[in-house]
Write a protein that binds this ligand. Structure first.
Ligand SMILES: Nc1ncnc2c1ncn2[C@@H]1O[C@H](COP(=O)(O)OP(=O)(O)O)[C@@H](O)[C@H]1O
Ligand SMILES: N[C@@H](CCC(=O)OP(=O)(O)O)C(=O)O
Length: 366
């Protein structure tokens, strides 16, 4: 069966000890990916490595840490990275294409649909799309930073059959194995609990960015989109195939077919929330366990300047994020209606429908 597979390769897997790009490692991954593609799969690559490929050309002795230095290094390095991939894939007779995306692109449905059509066309023509964050234009607060979240969003967007996150560790452990020799590998995950999140630490190397934390977060996004995930190592020829076939060196995150429809994926993971609504315990229970819509009675406040049709975050009074939804009220209407019964709202506030967020437009994120 033809599978659509998104493979993400982190900086830590592409660099030498000094932090620069290691061309042998890149050629190895290109041969693994080309083989996967030549077996009839549609393959997309999300790759880091632009900063690593570029920083020495700019005269930096080590990988830069400051944003504008990283952006300059990525601007030089992205071209070098693509050139290296172009040559490596060409030696296997495979063409590649460059796609650079930002967090902002995902928040705009038109832009994201266009990106998807381009990717579809490339895949139909046997080209491997090579995706990275557009570091030059990404501003701090809208940066993916690591490419893990980007790969999860791409995977959901293209309805990938699998997301393979390649890193320098053979999976998720109960603690960072660099710091704790007794850490145990977790082979399979069916649901991501708070405990699982607590196992995942930051990056253990000087070149990686997100560590396991951002990879588990990526797995959470993918699982909600119905895409199973592998996080682990690909070191020897054939390892990528093993990872895809279910016997790789790493951790598998399964998905219980709770495929979110595309609109809800956009609300939950791609949109940029315009504000927050704070709710009490009763509303929390109704939204999380009761499958109900959000009514004004359970609301205690609102933050931000949002309008009907915008996406907002819903937070409970202790400050925990409960989810996101499309709001039917403007911020001032939520403030005026907060805590009121349905009868009182109908008498006092002019609103087009009583649900502040309808359950069909609500995505729980706890
Ligand atoms: N619980 C954990 N299990 C495995 N690795 C962990 C864990 N917590 C933190 N890490 C660290 O995460 C690193 C991988 O993430 P990162 O350095 O960002 O790599 P990449 O460049 O591949 O994204 C590992 O080298 C490891 O030190
Ligand atoms: N966009 C940046 C990637 C940032 C990064 O290091 O990400 P990762 O290796 O996935 O933790 C680059 O190409 O250098």
């Amino acid at each position: 069966m033809t599978q659509r597979i998104v493979v993400k390769i982190g900086s830590s897997s592409l660099t030498s000890d000094t932090g620069g790009l290691n061309p042998d490692k890149l050629r190895f991954f290109a041969s693994e990916l080309a083989r996967l593609q030549q077996e009839g799969n549609q393959v997309l690559l999300v790759t880091s490595g632009a900063v690593a490929a570029g920083f020495t050309s700019l005269g930096y002795r080590t990988r830069p840490k400051v944003l504008h230095e990283k952006q300059a290094a990525a601007a030089v390095g992205q071209a070098l990275l693509m050139q290296a991939y172009h040559e490596a894939f060409a030696s296997h007779g495979v063409s590649v294409a460059q796609i650079l995306l930002t967090r902002y692109d995902f928040s705009n449905r038109k832009r994201v649909q266009n990106a998807m059509m381009t990717i579809d066309e490339l895949l139909q023509r046997g080209v491997v799309p090579i995706i990275n964050e557009n570091d030059t234009v990404s501003v701090d607060e809208l940066k993916f930073g690591d490419n893990d979240t980007l790969s999860a969003l791409v995977g959901n967007l293209v309805k990938s059959h699998k997301l393979i996150i390649i890193t320098d560790m053979d999976g998720l452990y109960t603690d960072d194995p660099r710091k704790n020799a007794n850490a145990q590998r977790i082979d399979r995950v069916d649901a991501i609990s708070d405990e699982l999140f607590s196992f995942a630490g930051g990056s253990g190397s000087a070149v990686g960015t997100g560590g396991m934390r951002s990879k588990v977060e990526a797995a959470r996004i993918s699982m909600r989109g119905g895409v199973p995930v592998f996080i682990g190592r690909v070191l020897e020829p054939g390892d990528l195939q093993l990872a895809v076939n279910g016997t790789g060196k790493g951790t598998y995150f399964d998905t219980a077919l709770n495929n979110l429809p595309v609109k809800k994926q956009w609300v939950g993971f791609h949109s940029l929330p315009q504000g927050q609504i704070i709710v009490d315990q009763g509303a929390k229970a109704a939204l999380i366990n009761g499958g109900k819509s959000l009514l004004p009675a359970g609301i205690t406040g609102a933050v931000g300047d949002f309008h009907p049709g915008d996406v907002v975050e819903v937070i409970c009074t202790e400050g925990t994020l409960l989810g996101r939804g499309v709001v039917n009220y403007a911020a001032w209407q939520v403030q005026a209606a907060a805590g009121l019964s349905t009868d009182e709202v109908q008498k006092r506030v002019e609103v087009s429908r009583i649900e502040v967020i309808h359950r069909d437009e609500w995505v729980p994120l706890t």
